[in-house]
Design a protein around this ligand. Structure first.
Ligand SMILES: Cc1cc2nc3c(=O)[nH]c(=O)nc-3n(C[C@H](O)[C@H](O)[C@H](O)COP(=O)(O)O)c2cc1C
Length: 342
């Protein structure tokens, strides 16, 4: 299926794997790109050194185009941007912020900039800053989806800007792909669907739990990390949604998760003070990381907190990344044929 997005990135299918912390690792990213879609490497929890290693690992597995997500609010964002530029990553996806300087630097080596947005206002600003495409993330999404649902946000952004759109939030199959195209998108990005794939490093028990849950079994609250965020409805998530963790309570958990991610003390201090204005939020994110690692690495769905989308309720099987893409395309074709002949 050819669209403006497949032509822009030089890929076969309009199906993208979202940048997901601890999940969109080189093996999953490369599997999606190798299958003709495009994987986006998550770098939010990575030091610049690990980001470089991860980029090279993707390239060791596939020669196909891939992307890198830089969450601009995180402490290592500037370092990770520098590495992405040095390594000339084909597609740079900026979320929670944008920059004309980064955009110009990426364009200078022929790369593409994709901005993640959740409002029409941010979509216009990203277009003005020179973005080549947008990821438009609706309310249904795992993590930081917007206030409006994909059903209303995608057409609203379509009307607001001329850029190619990748719709995200609530997409898991061919029905979603056809719906997104009908709403004015040029591709879909799937997070939850690829998190529940064979190549995803998510713990098997967490995958099985997500598959057993319904579209209503998620919670959306600003209390998880300071920005409205959607996670699976678990005991620990309910507790945190009721009351945000205080700064003092969060510090030990943030330090523990940084150590768990293999960061040295100087790296932790550099991270904490890289953006002093964001110190409180950095610590909140660090504390949440301790809970997300419990679910992702240990499969502890009692004490763990797992970002997951409402679309978990539409997924009933763990499949390989290539089977997910093939099934999505086959279903989309079948639906389009049925609609034409109806
Ligand atoms: C386990 C998990 C971790 C995620 N981590 C991040 C992240 O670090 N940064 C980010 O911008 N989005 C993150 N997301 C959100 C995805 O990038 C994407 O926006 C979302 O999954 C799309 O909605 P869907 O889950 O309905 O497909 C994460 C999603 C999941 C499932």
């Amino acid at each position: 299926m050819e669209t403006r997005i497949t032509r822009l990135f030089g890929i076969d299918h309009p199906v993208i794997c979202s940048g997901m912390s601890h999940i969109a690792v080189p093996e999953l990213v490369a599997a999606v790109s190798e299958a003709g879609g495009m994987g986006i490497l998550a770098t939010a929890p990575l030091t610049p050194e690990s980001t470089r290693e991860s980029i090279r690992r993707v390239r060791a597995i596939t020669s196909r185009p891939f992307g890198i997500n830089i969450t601009m609010l995180t402490a290592f964002a500037a370092g990770n941007v520098r590495v992405a530029l040095e390594e000339r990553v084909p597609v740079v996806n900026l979320s929670l912020g944008r920059s004309k300087e980064i955009t110009d630097a990426v364009h200078a080596y022929g790369g593409k900039i994709v901005s993640t947005v959740t409002t029409e206002k941010h979509a216009r600003a990203a277009q003005a800053a020179g973005a080549d495409a947008l990821i438009v993330t609706g309310h249904e999404a795992a993590g930081h989806g917007g206030a409006a649902t994909s059903l209303t946000l995608v057409p609203a952004v379509r009307d607001a800007v001329a850029l190619p759109i990748i719709a995200a939030g609530g997409f898991a199959d061919g029905r979603g792909l056809v719906a997104a195209l009908a709403l004015g998108a040029d591709a879909i990005a799937m997070g939850t669907r690829f998190a529940l794939s064979l190549e995803s490093p998510l713990h098997a028990h967490a995958k099985d739990t997500a598959i057993s849950r319904s579209v209503t079994d998620t919670l959306y609250s600003p209390n998880f990390d300071g920005i409205p965020c959607r996670v699976m409805d678990t005991r620990a998530a309910r507790k945190r949604a009721r009351r945000a963790i205080s700064f003092i309570e969060a510090v030990p958990s943030a330090l523990a998760s940084a150590a768990q991610l293999g960061m040295s003390l100087p790296q932790i201090l550099r991270m904490a003070f890289a953006r002093p204005a964001n110190l409180v939020q950095q610590v909140q994110i660090g504390a949440l990381t301790k809970s997300t690692l419990l679910s992702i690495r240990k499969g502890d769905m009692e004490r763990g907190i797992l970002p997951i989308g409402q679309v978990q309720g539409l997924i009933d099987e763990v499949l390989s990344a290539s089977a997910i893409i093939q099934r999505t395309l086959d279903e989309a074709e079948e639906i389009q044929n049925r609609m034409v002949s109806a």
